[in-house]
Design a protein around this ligand. Structure first.
Ligand code: TXA
Ligand code: MG
Length: 307
């Protein structure tokens, strides 16, 4: 199969591939996922192999709005409020799992990560499949997440059976992961749904995780292009450094947007472009530490930590 025939907009075809035990690039509003039917152990194991991901890093279970969430996880009051407010949407809830959730999805943990994506094609696919689908971001372990179908094919080549093309992701960075396993509510990975949004809905003070995280995969080094990533607090500083690099023959590019939505939307594509263009250094200007800016800073810091 050549590369272009690996990309389709045909949901039924993607559904057939999944039901035969295949793995499919699935669009979501955040980033593209690498989907497999959660209850198919062999298909899930292929997802780990293709990503090159350690099996100790569990997977998010994606559900349709028509699914009965209670079959998969136990949502406490806070989790229920958050689900009502933000699903379908860019929020993953980490909750105690039910006995239906296979060990190969959670790495035998007693929790499961659940999400209902806000993407019509993803929901059509989930409804067609009629079962839950695991979907980690469809990139190789530690690298930049894909935000369009071509990124998935470029990264995974013929190790992915099919990619369902749902256009460009409208958010561009991964979902907020919130742990609701006891009376505390904790943000394990920042995203479009902010700590303030979560506090407003639950009426609780929300703490972000620092130190070693309880979501394996929240490693310090992640989301990394080949280019070295350097962080700056102002555009002036970044441009000054860029000019210095250019003078010494080092190919550098500045990354910045005043608009947070556009910054998030183009972040991974820009990191990929830097590599394609042969830039040795990406000089990224950190956005303010509020709202979506928190998530952008998180991804940029991890990209820089991989240098
Ligand atoms: O936006 C997203 O969340 C995308 C799209 C495709 O939905 N998915 C995504 O999946 O970012 P992934 O696998 O790249 O990141 C999920 C993170 C991982 O760091 C994983 O370790 C953590 O969630 N996670 C999943 N299940 C968990 C569990 N039971 N306990 C702790 N952490 C868990
Ligand atoms: Mg990922």
């Amino acid at each position: 199969m050549n590369m272009s025939s690996r990309i389709t907009q045909d949901v039924d075809r993607a559904c057939e591939v999944l039901q035969r035990g295949g793995i499919v690039g699935m669009p979501t509003e955040t980033v593209y996922g690498l989907a497999a039917i959660a209850r198919n152990e062999e298909a899930v194991s292929r997802v780990y192999t293709v990503k090159g991901r350690p099996t100790s890093h569990p997977l998010i279970v994606h559900l349709s709005p028509h699914d009965d969430i209670k079959r998969w996880g136990h949502l406490n009051e806070s989790a229920q409020l958050l689900a009502n407010a933000f699903w379908p949407g860019p929020l993953t809830l980490l909750v105690p799992r039910t006995s239906l959730v296979p060990d190969w999805v959670t790495g035998a943990r007693d929790t499961v990560a659940l999400r209902i994506p806000a993407h019509d094609m993803a929901i059509d696919l989930l409804n067609a499949v009629g079962d839950a689908v695991v979907a980690p971001s469809a990139n190789r372990f530690g690298q930049v997440s894909p935000t369009c179908a071509e990124h998935v094919v470029n990264d995974l080549g013929d190790s992915v059976d099919l990619v369902l093309d749902g256009g460009q992701c409208t958010i561009g960075i991964e979902s907020t992961i919130v742990e609701c396993t006891n009376s505390n509510v904790q943000v394990l990975r920042p995203g479009k749904v902010s700590a303030l949004d979560i506090a407003a809905i639950t009426g609780m003070t929300i703490s972000a995780v620092d130190g070693p995280s309880r979501a394996p995969g929240m490693l310090l080094a992640h989301y990394a292009p080949k280019a070295r990533v350097e962080l700056f607090t102002s555009m002036d500083e970044a441009e000054e450094r860029c000019n210095k690099y250019e003078l010494t023959g080092v190919s550098a590019v500045v990354l910045h947007h005043v608009d947070m939505t556009r910054y998030a939307l183009s972040l991974y594509d820009n990191l990929r472009s830097a590599d394609l263009n042969g830039n040795e250094v990406v000089l990224a200007v950190l956005p303010p530490d509020t709202g979506l800016g928190v998530a952008i800073r998180d991804r940029l810091s991890k990209a820089a930590a991989s240098n």
